[in-house]
Design a protein around this ligand. Structure first.
Ligand code: AMP
Length: 360
């Protein structure tokens, strides 16, 4: 899509996926006078509560996809594993941007290759499609490392840590295409989150320092500290090249390891991102609002950070049942609960953002 004329208030945004990202996107869309229709297979689609309508059909239901497309003025996604075929069922002029970004981000090998071709440094890695490939990867890259399924892994799922040769013998190739990555000795983790408008304008939010546990983000903190800040410029330049190469429209996230050799690319998400939830209260314009603005052809909002310190933590699993107690804490914490019915262990149920002094 190129330079879109602004969608008037009352227009309808279609969102593929029904999770918390879609819910927060729909809340921002409502505020700007738009309405949302979601589309995802039946499940705990918490975006439905914030949407004018929600279509619960399979990704491959051609008739339902046509109905969805016909009812929407623009279509986007909140989930990067939406099958590309579902996106391709939407007429190109209704798509906020083409499915190439999704196609690349759905495959860990493809995204690393894409970023390397644009001059980025990716984690050391090898394709693994058999036990022999796995042995060869251990031989070449060494241990410690991580075997990851090339597709469909998230929040540490589909990943097996390999500490040494002995541990490697205990890990079986899972029978689907994988990637073996050397464990990067990083100093810190951060993400670059940008919004790109349909006219090609790019704006970045400040990068937070991210902490993961068991492969899942638990906390994002600003300021990110000197080690990260020294590497943000180089990481942003790469993220810009990625966004331009994809003619991307909306919010795009690239995750990096800050290492002594500079920023090492880990993965990308062509969507709003958990490490950007702090922007709801912490930035002049949130990632959700700027995604809506970008896909609807509105001017992007300022991304400046508004507070001297910001701390975003995820609320996971059963922590959610006690989350309202947070509201009694000092410092006016900002609580967001996603309305998920089942508090499964390790499931993201909400987040809380605590902010410090307001910046002038
Ligand atoms: P991913 O699913 O690839 O984003 O991995 C989730 C988290 O696991 C990362 O944010 C890191 O904390 C850790 N991790 C994944 N791959 C690597 C790696 N190659 N080296 C070091 N840590 C990693």
């Amino acid at each position: 899509m190129t330079d879109r004329s602004p969608l008037p208030p009352g227009s309808t945004i279609g969102i593929f996926g029904g999770g918390q990202l879609g819910r927060m996107l729909a809340i921002s869309a409502l505020q700007l006078g738009y309405r949302c229709i979601g589309y995802a297979p039946a499940g705990d689609n918490v975006a439905a509560e914030a949407s004018a309508d929600f279509i619960e059909k399979h990704w491959g239901d051609g008739e339902a996809l046509s109905t969805f497309a016909a009812r929407c003025d623009v279509v986007t996604w909140e989930f990067e594993n939406v099958p590309v075929t579902a996106v391709e069922a939407i007429p190109a002029e209704r798509l906020a941007c083409g499915p190439r970004a999704l196609e690349i981000a759905q495959d860990r090998l493809a995204e690393k290759r894409f970023v390397e071709e644009l001059g980025g440094l990716a984690t050391p890695h090898m394709r693994v499609e058999s036990d022999e490939d796995f042995a060869a990867a251990i031989e070449r890259i060494g241990t410690p490392g991580i075997l990851k399924t090339a597709r469909e892994g998230y929040d540490g799922k589909g990943q097996w840590r390999v500490d040494d040769g002995h541990a490697a013998r205990g890990v079986r190739f899972p029978g689907q295409r994988c990637i073996y990555e050397g464990l990067v000795d990083f100093e810190a983790e951060f993400s670059v989150i940008l919004a790109r408008g349909s006219d090609g304008e790019v704006r970045f939010w400040d990068s937070a320092a991210n902490t993961h546990e068991g492969g899942m983000l638990v906390q994002s903190v600003l300021p990110a500290g000197a080690r990260i800040e020294a590497q943000v410029e180089e990481a942003r330049a790469l993220a810009s090249r990625v966004a331009d190469a994809l003619s991307y429209v909306g919010v795009l996230t690239l995750e990096f390891f800050a290492t002594k050799d500079g920023p090492v690319f880990n993965e990308m998400a062509p969507r709003v991102h958990n490490s950007g939830h702090w922007t709801i209260e912490g930035a002049a314009t949130s990632q959700f609002e700027n995604h809506v603005r970008a896909i609807c052809g509105l001017p992007l909002g300022a991304t400046a950070t508004r507070f001297a310190t910001i701390d975003m933590r995820n609320i996971v699993g059963k922590q959610a049942s006690r989350a309202h107690a947070i509201l009694a804490e000092e410092g006016e914490p900002h609580l967001h609960l996603y309305g998920k019915r089942e508090a499964r262990e390790g499931r993201k149920m909400g987040h809380v953002t605590r902010v410090g002094a307001r910046l002038p």
